[in-house]
Design a protein around this ligand. Structure first.
Ligand SMILES: O=C(O)C1=C[C@@H](OP(=O)(O)O)[C@@H](O)[C@H](O)C1
Ligand SMILES: C=C(OP(=O)(O)O)C(=O)O
Length: 435
C-alpha cells in the first residue's frame, strides 16, 4: 500500500459487489469458537487485520485455528483458554481486545494485552472495571486505563451491570466473562446495542435472556453453560457496504449494488438516515443467512437533503457517522449529528478528524463536544487529509474525493485493511479513480 492514496472526481459508478464479512461477527466467531468444545467452521470471515489479530490471540489461548479456504476457517476449541506464552497483540482492534479480555477473565490464567499506537490511546476501564467487580485482576503496565495491561482471571462472580452509554463491546465482555461466573450476570443498556454476541452464544448452545426496558433492554446469562462448536456463516458488513453505497449516492449517474449485506436492525441506522435524506436506496432479495436478516442494497445517485439524526439512533450507526458526514457534505441544507461523544474514543477522535478533514475540503462544519453539524452543498476537495491511523476516516474522505471538484488524498491508507481489504480495488472496479 502506498504512503498516500488519492481519490479523483469520477464519472459514473456502476456494478454489483459483495461487502467483506461482518467484522463484529467475525471477531465473535473466532472467540466463541476458541472458548467452545469441538469444531467451529466459519464461512465468509472478514480476513482483515483486526480479525486476523483475534485469530492469532485465540490460537495463543490454546485453540487450533486453521484457514481452510477463502474466508473459510476451522477453529478447534479446547473448551476454555489457557495462559499464552507471549503478549496478546490485538493490533488496532477495540472489539478484539475488549471481548478477548472478557472471555479470558473467566479462566485461571494470566495474559498481557497490548495493541498498536491507536489502541493504546483508547479507554479500557469501561471493560476492566466490571470485570474486576466480577473478580478478575488487572495490572496496568504503563498508565491506568490504557494498554498494555496484564489480566489475571479465575473464579468469577456474576454481576448486575447498568451501562450509561450503550456499548456492545462492554456488554459482550461482561457476558463472555459471565459465561464462567457463578450466578446470573445481567447487563442493562439505555439503548439497544448490536446483539451479535447474544445471537452467537445461542448458536453455540447457551441460553441468553432478554427483557425489554424502555428504549433499551436487560440481557441475562446464567454462568456455567458450556459452549459447543458450530457452523457460522458471516454475512456482509453493513458498515463496509456503506462506502460503495455512499459513492453510488453522491457520484452523478451512478447505480451501485452491494449484495449479501447484513440487515440486523441494530446496525442499519445509516440506511434509515439516508432514506430520510431522500436517498434512492432499495433493498431486494431479503433472506435469512447465518441467523441474521440479509439483503442486496442498491444505491442510485440522489439529491440528498440535510436532516437531524435522532440521538437514539447513535448506537445503530456509531461507526457510520464519518461516511454519513461525507454524504451530508453533498446534501442541500444542514445535517445535525448529536449524542455521538463515543466517536471521540474510537480508532481516532472521529468528530475532530471529520471536522478537520471536511473543512480542509472546503465544507462548512461546526464542532460540538458530543457532535457535529455539516452544511452541505458541494465539496471543493483539493486537500490531503490526516487520518490518525483510522480506517473509516481514510475511506470516508476517499469516497468524498470521488465526487469532489478537486482530488482528495489521505495519509496512512494501509489501515483500511483492518476492516476492508480490497477497498481500493472494489471502488476502482465500480468505475472510481483511487490511486
Ligand atoms: O461490538 C462490536 O463489534 C462493536 C461495537 C461498537 O463499539 P462500542 O461497543 O464501543 O460502541 C463499534 O464501534 C465497533 O466497531 C464494533
Ligand atoms: C470502532 C471500530 O472498531 P474497534 O472498536 O473494534 O476498533 C470501527 O471499526 O469503526
Amino acid at each position: 500500500m502506498p504512503s498516500q492514496l488519492t481519490a479523483h472526481r469520477s464519472s459514473v459508478l456502476t456494478g454489483k459487489v459483495r461487502a467483506p464479512g461482518d467484522k463484529s461477527m467475525s471477531h465473535r466467531s473466532m472467540i466463541l469458537g476458541g472458548m467452545a468444545s469441538g469444531v467451529t467452521e466459519v464461512e465468509g470471515l472478514l480476513e482483515g487485520d483486526d480479525v486476523l489479530a483475534t485469530a492469532r490471540a485465540v490460537e495463543a489461548f490454546g485453540a487450533k485455528v486453521e484457514r481452510t479456504g477463502d474466508g473459510k476457517w476451522r477453529i478447534e476449541g479446547a473448551g476454555g483458554f489457557t495462559t499464552p506464552v507471549s503478549v496478546i497483540d490485538c493490533g488496532n482492534a477495540g472489539t478484539g481486545v475488549r471481548l478477548l479480555m472478557g472471555a479470558a477473565a473467566g479462566y485461571p490464567l494470566t495474559a498481557t494485552f497490548d495493541g498498536d499506537g491507536s489502541l493504546r490511546k483508547r479507554p479500557m476501564k469501561r471493560v476492566t472495571g466490571p470485570l474486576a467487580d466480577m473478580g478478575a485482576a488487572f495490572d496496568w503496565q504503563a498508565a491506568e486505563d490504557r494498554l498494555p495491561v496484564a489480566l489475571t482471571g479465575g473464579t468469577l462472580k456474576a454481576i448486575d451491570y447498568v451501562q450509561t452509554v450503550a456499548s456492545a463491546q462492554v456488554k459482550s465482555a461482561i457476558l463472555l466473562a459471565g459465561l464462567n461466573a457463578e450466578g446470573v450476570t445481567s447487563v442493562v443498556e439505555p439503548e439497544k446495542s448490536r446483539d451479535h454476541t447474544e445471537r452467537m452464544l445461542r448458536a453455540f448452545g447457551a441460553e441468553v435472556g432478554v427483557e425489554e426496558m424502555g428504549e433499551g433492554w436487560k440481557v441475562t446469562l446464567k454462568g456455567g453453560q458450556p459452549l459447543t462448536g458450530t457452523f457460522v456463516a458471516v454475512p456482509g458488513d453493513p458498515s463496509s457496504a456503506a462506502f460503495p453505497l455512499a459513492a453510488g449516492l453522491i457520484v452523478p449517474g451512478s447505480e451501485v449494488t452491494v449484495e449479501g449485506v447484513m440487515l440486523n436492525s441494530l446496525r442499519t441506522g445509516l440506511f434509515d438516515t439516508w432514506i430520510e435524506m431522500g436517498a434512492d436506496l432499495t433493498i431486494t432479495n431479503r433472506r435469512e443467512a447465518g441467523g441474521e436478516d440479509v439483503g442486496d442494497i442498491t444505491a442510485r445517485h440522489s439529491t440528498l437533503k440535510g436532516v437531524v439524526v435522532p440521538e437514539a439512533r447513535a448506537a445503530s450507526m456509531i461507526d457510520e457517522y464519518p461516511i454519513l458526514a461525507a454524504t451530508a457534505a453533498f446534501a442541500d441544507g444542514v445535517t445535525v449529528m448529536r449524542g455521538v461523544g463515543e466517536m471521540r474514543v474510537k480508532e481516532s477522535d472521529r468528530i475532530s478528524l471529520m471536522v478537520e478533514g471536511l473543512r480542509a475540503c472546503g465544507v462548512q462544519v461546526e464542532e460540538e463536544p458530543e457532535g457535529f453539524i455539516v452544511t452541505g452543498g458541494g465539496v471543493r476537495g483539493g486537500a490531503t487529509v490526516h487520518t490518525a491511523h483510522d480506517h473509516r476516516i481514510a475511506m470516508s474522505h476517499l469516497i468524498l474525493g470521488l465526487a469532489a471538484e478537486q482530488p482528495v488524498s489521505v495519509d496512512e491508507p494501509g489501515m483500511i485493511a483492518t476492516s476492508f481489504p480490497g477497498f481500493v480495488e472494489m471502488m476502482n472496479g465500480l468505475g472510481g479513480r483511487i490511486d
